[in-house]
Design a protein around this ligand. Structure first.
Ligand code: ATP
Ligand code: MG
Length: 340
């Protein structure tokens, strides 16, 4: 029943009762008890009417606030009052408005991130392509005179084309991860063994640049249930970074720690490190610190974004701690196997 009808009914009820009171007073003047009863009924009905009005005023307030929120003013909040039922409704509505606020902020952020990602991607694709086109034109026009010069041009073209292919592979990989199109195959793994195997692959690179290795991985098995390819990729990205950006520190460390419910892998170096501001952003797509935007150092800025997505898909956490020039540690965790 809608509220206007219920008010109408209450008014009719009041009128009838008033009539009854009048009849009672004229026909039976001694009926004091009935008179009191009617008076009480009259007061109750009046209170009901008053409550109904208050209810409608509050309801209109809620509707107005909701309309404001729907129109985009998500700072609107409703005030609770002493009516417990109303307080509950108002609390839920405020919660909904808060969620709406969060979604709005998130949408603005993702839109900005999408725009900057697109412009970064097009810049990163256009730059090597322009240079490839330049070298191909030079070869076409016979600008390179000697055989060695031509060979050098071809090598640059090959290097740039391969870097471009790697970049496109990474973008594709990340897009597939986002769309949940890379099926993870969780299986029982020995974290310690995979960490050891991963680091062994980099021994020749480390030797080449004379970088010392400090390993602390338990002898015993560290059982987890995770996707093997993800795990290898996460570790590889981190070791590659430690070598690429931390080689000046001349030491690379890898340490596997057992916590209560999870294993934690730390990969550290003593290179230039990452400032506090950059540390909050290095896991964002295509983010590179000022120094690594230099083409001499540069990657595509996707490695850590991929690592983060993979760690989270495998129910872990990832973070970085850095004291520039002293020690930079990238860490991630993966939950222990349930019954280990
Ligand atoms: P790629 O996609 O080839 O890995 P990338 O190495 O530039 O490219 P990320 O691995 O995501 O991208 O790293 C992002 C940025 O974080 C790097 O460009 C670099 O500036 C910074 N960074 C990462 N690891 C380190 C490190 N160990 N020391 C200092 N800076 C680092
Ligand atoms: Mg990298």
């Amino acid at each position: 029943m809608n509220h206007d009808k219920s008010i109408l009914l209450i008014i009719v009820q009041l009128l009838i009762m008033t009539g009854l009171v009048m009849m009672e007073m004229t026909n039976e003047p001694q009926g004091i008890f009935r008179g009191v009863l009617f008076t009480v009924l009259f007061i109750i009905t009046a209170i009901l009417l008053f409550m109904r009005f208050r209810f409608m005023v509050k309801l209109k307030g809620i509707v107005r606030a909701l309309k404001r929120a729907i129109a985009g003013n998500v700072n609107t909040r409703l005030l609770t009052n002493d009516d417990p039922l109303f307080s509950e409704v108002i609390f839920s509505i405020n919660e909904l408005i808060e969620q709406l606020d969060k979604v709005k902020v998130q949408t603005i952020k993702s839109e900005a991130a999408r725009k900057s990602l697109l412009s970064n991607i097009s810049h990163d694709i256009r730059t090597p392509l322009t240079s490839i086109i330049g070298y191909v034109d030079a070869l076409k026009d016979d600008i390179a005179v000697s055989r060695e010069e031509r060979q050098a041009y071809v090598e640059v073209i090959s290097k740039k084309a391969n870097a471009l292919k790697d970049l496109i592979d990474e973008i594709f990989h990340l897009a597939k991860l986002d769309a949940n199109e890379i099926p993870l195959k969780p299986e029982l793994l020995d974290f310690a063994e995979i960490a050891r195997e991963s680091v062994i692959e980099f021994l020749p690179d480390l030797k080449k640049i004379d970088m010392k290795l400090e390993v602390s991985i338990p002898e015993e098995k560290c059982l987890i249930v995770a996707d093997c390819l993800s795990l290898r990729r996460i570790i590889n990205n981190m070791i590659k970074n430690a070598i690429q950006y931390g080689k000046d520190g001349k030491v690379l460390g890898i340490k596997l720690i057992e916590n209560t419910k999870e294993y934690q892998l730390n990969i550290w170096d003593k290179g230039v490190g990452i400032s506090k501001d950059d540390a909050a952003k290095v896991f964002e797509r295509m983010y590179r610190t000022e120094r690594s935007r230099n083409p001499l150092h540069g990657g595509s800025g996707l490695g850590l974004a991929i690592a983060k997505a993979l760690v989270e898909k495998n129910a872990g956490r990832i973070w970085v701690e850095s004291k520039p020039g002293i020690k930079t540690t990238f860490s991630f965790t993966l939950p222990k196997r349930n019954d280990s």
